[in-house]
Design a binder for this molecule. Sequence first.
Ligand code: HEM
Length: 350
Amino acid sequence: MATEPEPQSVLSPLTTAAIFLVLTVEEGGEDTARDLLADLGGLTRAIGFGAPDGRLSCVAGIGSDAWDRLFDHPRPAGLHPFTPLQGPRHRAVSTPGDLLFHLRATRLDLCFALAGQIMGRLRGAVALQDEVQGFKYLDVRDLLGFVDGTENPVGPAAREAVLVGAEDPAHAGGSYVIVQKYLHDLDGWNALPVEAQERIIGRTKATNIERDEDDSHVALNTVTGPDGEEQDILRDNMPFGSPGRGEFGTYFIGYSRTPDVTEQMLRNMFLGTSAAPHDRILDFSTALTGTLFYAPSADFLDDLPDAPGSGTAADAAAAPAPASVPAQAPARPAPDGSLGIGNLNRSTPS
Ligand code: HEM
């Protein structure tokens, strides 16, 4: 029986520190990005090994636009750019991102050290789109003051909810990731009576008990499949901010087996349902970013598929070189994946 591909550490338990890096790959930076992805497991072990209690882990995600630039491999079935949403009151923006690194540990210094290694390796090959350092706040609360993460699936249910399976065999063991960086209007939120806050969230604030509301954040994010069964995602939201600058936020990150589930939740929140015109959490929280990634299995990263065009280049190298092309010319793929003769000659693309 074939063994199941080993996932990246998407299922690792909640930690107390995280760094989120969202990057775009510069033209010509693809090989550097591929080298880093192939070495990511080794780098994580190198830094984490000496601090086993730190539980350092890193998940890498690939954005839709980057896939065909990085790999000569079928695309994951659900990989597409984040779908922006314009609701009656609130907007979910779609922002650029070719690579996501989700670093987690019980100590921020471990995340910091690994992020430094990653960025050191990628310098010059990527542009930074966003970097957020998140922390666990009090007893696992978000900065709105509510316990966040309670209804996350655990154990086999979590695996079932987040890992791609037989529906896309070339990508089994992978997972889709959606991230959004929210900034809160904390003054406005704190001006609400606790009772009103609880109705918006759908849980009690002090005791974290679910409330029976049909238009709360919890209700809008309770999504069911065709057979009425609940469809889960795995969230690892992190508070972040800067009291000095008056900046208070939640970095939302949700892993799922198919992006459809998280996207349905987002539609409920931003476009509303029959029970609510929108999620009132959005009256106090603005999404500044929104990006969808695919996190391949760890096995995929350890044994990366060829770079696009490399097969064609190898075939061409094996064939007798036409007289007009120098036999030793470096076989560099054109941006469209074809073997552009202009590229072989390093001429400027038209
Ligand atoms: C401002 C950003 C957000 C904050 C502060 C926030 C906070 C919370 C809190 C406090 C809960 C209740 C406890 C729990 O089960 O975790 C919750 C539940 C949940 N949230 Fe969010 N959330 C945010 C954004 C989102 C987004 C963007 C999604 C999905 C796209 C989402 C999906 C969920 C789900 C699935 C639940 C569990 C529902 C259930 O009880 O079955 N959240 N969130």
